[in-house]
Design a protein around this ligand. Structure first.
Ligand SMILES: Nc1ncnc2c1ncn2[C@@H]1O[C@H](COP(=O)(O)OP(=O)(O)O)[C@@H](O)[C@H]1O
Ligand SMILES: [Mg+2]
Length: 316
């Protein structure tokens, strides 16, 4: 449904997207994951015909974005990073307006506005001014405008950014419910966001695709090793030497690395395991057997930065 081949985009001084290629099959929901500045928005702008590529090609439903922009636009619903909302319009009025722009026949317009309002759970605020809506509602109105012409493809640029945790979950649920009717690409810089939403993931960093994989494979690969935060103190107020504790943790079977995170009097460490090893129980035993108190033992979630490190290192 979407095919990107050797696509590059150069701004005056920056190469924002550097020779990327990927494909998205019909009906899929794909996460486009990368840190800020990776080139996600740029790629999406090229795909939605907002901007020409410097080189390479991209096509949607078989139509090249450069040669047939009208055909492409007809088949794409786009939610930019900042939704194109008019604060002074009421929700229904705004959706009517967008529907007209997108060429929905007059006779169908009211029905279609009602349908997408229902679908995106904004029907209850139809006659409210957009300016008065919460961020979560605004984002859902943004989604409603993106799907109003029933496009084959949805391109959603960081649709959960700026939302609180509850709104994030609701928005992701809504996006997930749109799968099936639409092929969806959704960008984010937060890995955990798309774990439950996307089947496939394309990871982009510094303008290059560093991995394309199924979400299952990716999480499996990443969860092969774990990191735990450990905090230790001496019994009965006894002072401990940082080096002693660090050495002890390093000796635990399955531990690959111990990072010193000592803050003042708090003896904190991050303990990383070898691939496929679970070390939490062993770490706890080592601490207790040394006659120390274990004041914290918690998993550390894998950050996006570590994901990139792992992915780029394993390629070398
Ligand atoms: N209009 C622009 N002019 C010049 N440089 C830009 C422009 N838009 C983005 N960039 C640069 O291109 C790179 C990729 O940006 P962007 O596509 O917005 O990344 P992302 O959406 O992943 O955060 C960044 O280095 C950014 O500074
Ligand atoms: Mg962006």
């Amino acid at each position: 449904m979407i095919k990107v081949d050797g696509l590059s985009k150069r701004y005056a001084r920056t190469v924002a997207v550097d020779n990327i290629s990927f494909e998205v099959q019909k009906g899929q929901i794909v996460g486009f994951l990368g840190p800020n500045g990776a080139g996600k928005t740029t790629t999406m702008r090229v795909l939605t015909c907002f901007m020409p590529a410097t080189s390479g090609t991209a096509s949607v439903a078989g139509f090249d974005v450069q040669e047939h922009p009208m055909e492409v636009k007809r088949r794409i619903g786009y939610l930019p990073e900042t939704p194109p909302l008019y604060p002074d319009m009421e929700v229904r009025e705004y959706l009517h307006f967008v529907g007209q722009l997108k060429g929905i026949p007059k006779a169908d317009l009211a029905r279609r506005v009602a349908e997408v309002s229902e679908r995106c759970s904004v029907a209850d605020v139809s006659s409210k001014l957009i300016a008065k809506l919460s961020k979560g509602y605004k984002q859902r109105v943004g989604l409603a405008q993106a799907i109003i012409h029933n496009p084959d493809v949805l391109i959603l640029d960081e649709p959960t950014s700026g939302l609180d945790p509850k709104q994030r979950v609701e928005t992701l649920e809504l996006i997930k419910s749109l799968k099936g009717d639409h092929t969806i690409i959704l960008s984010t810089h937060v890995l955990s966001e798309i774990e439950a939403t996307c089947q496939d993931v394309i990871i982009i960093s510094k303008g290059k695709v560093v991995a394309t994989d199924t979400m299952d494979n990716l999480t499996h690969r990443l969860k092969g090793s774990e990191a735990v935060a450990v905090e230790v103190e001496g019994r009965n107020g006894l002072e401990l030497a940082t080096a002693d504790v660090q050495r002890k943790l390093e000796q635990v079977s399955g531990v690959s690395r111990v990072i010193n995170k000592v803050e003042g009097a708090r003896l904190r460490f991050e303990v990383e395991s070898l691939q496929g090893r679970v070390v939490r129980a062993e770490v706890a035993r080592a601490v207790v057997e040394s006659g120390w108190n274990l004041t914290e033992l918690a998993p550390v979630s894998v950050s996006l930065e570590e994901v990139f490190l792992q992915l780029t290192e394993s390629k070398k």
